[in-house]
Design a protein around this ligand. Structure first.
Ligand code: ATP
Length: 432
């Protein structure tokens, strides 16, 4: 874990936010490489959930939202974590996340906890200049409600009918009591959620379907199956809206923990919003002349948490000719850069051809260009970024118009004509 966190800082994946002011309470900024990684995670999700399907459409709803939404969703009443303080060391914990509820994991004191207090996780703010009750607003703690409140809008404009889904990627905010484990649990994070509206009698079947689909999304993108599991919630663990939930869990350095929850939310959300808004959120099925409130199957994943899992799963160290090599073995779709163009030396003669190769690949794939340091060190750097292919331009290239392409995992090299570079990479990278 520490190695991955160090690499993230050293190579520009993730920086502590507001670092020059001493950092700010478990918030993080994504650097030049991290922003590419995170974007690739979100693009891979969008591709699989929206682009490759004709039964799911996307939206991008507002983050600021008025209290009635959270009244209806149950978040004002139920979105609490039980908070306890250790009387000895004054540390604060979430009671439901403690291995032993009688022992402080910080100082080891026994029976030192205060009575649990319920703490609402939503960030409250005010819309407009006056901080009065009527101006209260919340930063959304999940993206899901935007899909429910737009159910009728989407139904009326998209020509979709159940079973169909609405997908969204965006920031959510939770005033977590104990943000921890790097970007695993932060107060500001990104989610990738989809609400799939189905006829009630089909809910069980679609729930099973989405559990399978979502599990294989992670394995298809290179997370080994033995580092993943699908865990069904016990009845006592279910959220207030859910009648079945399974989590996709990843083997983090501290043990199994959640990447995504897939829930059968029944007709809870649409019914609640109908009650609170007065707008009917149901579906009239002409074929059977029936009106019903669809059930919702929701796969809800965290983009930032998933990016971290991809980093951990990809991290590898090996010895190569007596030297240690660190390499991120990302799936091509997830890799921040797909290609790096590396002129062998900084000398002016190599630059024109190197830049020509760069401009050949740039329209197709995210490419890095680097001409400083020894070629060995530059390969090491690209290995640590997880770049699948490095193209080296040397002095022979000027005579034979050929370049060397090095593959990240095998480190094997091919010598190919400059004119074939795009085709060579297309065969190996596809359209990622
Ligand atoms: P947890 O039990 O870890 O607090 P949760 O069950 O409350 O999570 P959901 O409400 O199901 O989480 O949110 C869906 C997904 O959003 C989670 O699986 C996770 O990937 C992500 N997520 C939730 N809270 C956070 C957070 N504080 N930081 C980063 N990602 C988060």
């Amino acid at each position: 874990m520490e190695k991955v966190v160090n690499l993230c800082k050293r190579r520009g994946f993730v920086f502590p936010s507001a670092e020059i002011y001493g950092g700010f309470r478990s918030t993080y900024d994504y650097g030049p490489i991290g922003v590419l990684l995170l974007r690739n995670v979100k693009d891979a999700w969008w591709r699989s959930m929206v682009q490759l399907r004709d039964d799911v459409v996307g939206i991008d709803a507002a983050i600021l939202s008025p209290p009635p939404i959270w009244e209806a969703s149950g978040h004002l009443e139920n979105f609490h974590d039980p908070l306890v303080d250790c009387r000895e060391c004054k540390e604060r914990f979430r009671l439901d996340k403690l291995d032993d509820p009688d022992t402080c994991p910080n100082c080891g004191a026994k029976d030192s906890f205060t009575e649990p207090r319920q703490f609402n996780l939503m960030f409250k703010t005010h819309a407009g200049p006056i901080e009065e009750k009527a101006a209260e607003a919340y930063l959304r703690p999940e993206t899901a409600q935007g899909m429910f409140t737009n159910f009728a809008n989407v139904l009326n404009t998209s020509r979709k009918r159940p079973p169909f889904g609405i997908a969204q990627i965006g920031k959510s905010f939770r005033n977590e009591i104990t943000p921890q484990n790097f970007v695993f649990r932060t107060r500001e994070f990104e989610q990738m959620e989809m609400e799939y509206f189905v006829p009630p009698e089909q809910a069980d079947e679609w729930y099973e379907y989405w559990c399978r689909e979502r599990f294989s999304w992670y394995t298809d993108l290179g997370i080994p199956e033995n580092q993943l599991r699908l865990r069904a919630h016990d009845p006592g663990e279910l959220s207030h809206y859910s009648n079945a939930t399974s989590d996709v869990e990843f083997m983090f350095p501290w043990g199994w923990d959640e990447l995504e929850g897939i829930a059968n939310r029944s007709d809870y959300d649409l019914t609640q919003h109908t009650k609170h808004s007065g707008e009917p959120l149901d579906y009239y099925d002409q074929a059977t002349d029936t009106r019903y409130v669809p059930f919702v199957i929701e796969p809800a994943a965290g983009a930032t948490r998933t990016a971290m899992a991809f980093l951990l799963a990809a991290y590898d160290e090996e010895e190569v000719r007596g030297e240690q090599r660190t390499v991120l073995r990302f799936n091509h779709r997830i890799a921040p850069y797909k290609v790096a163009v590396l002129p062998l030396s900084k000398k002016d003669e190599l630059r024109p051809l190197a830049r020509e190769v760069l401009s050949e690949v740039q329209p197709h794939w995210m490419a890095d260009y680097d001409e400083t340091q020894s070629i060995g060190r530059r390969y090491r750097r690209q290995d640590e970024l997880g770049t699948p292919y490095c193209i080296t331009i040397d002095f022979d290239s000027l005579d034979d118009n050929q370049v060397t392409v090095r593959e990240r995992d095998s480190m094997e090299q091919d010598r190919i004509p400059v004119d074939d570079v795009v085709e060579y990479l297309r065969l190996r990278l596809g359209s990622v």
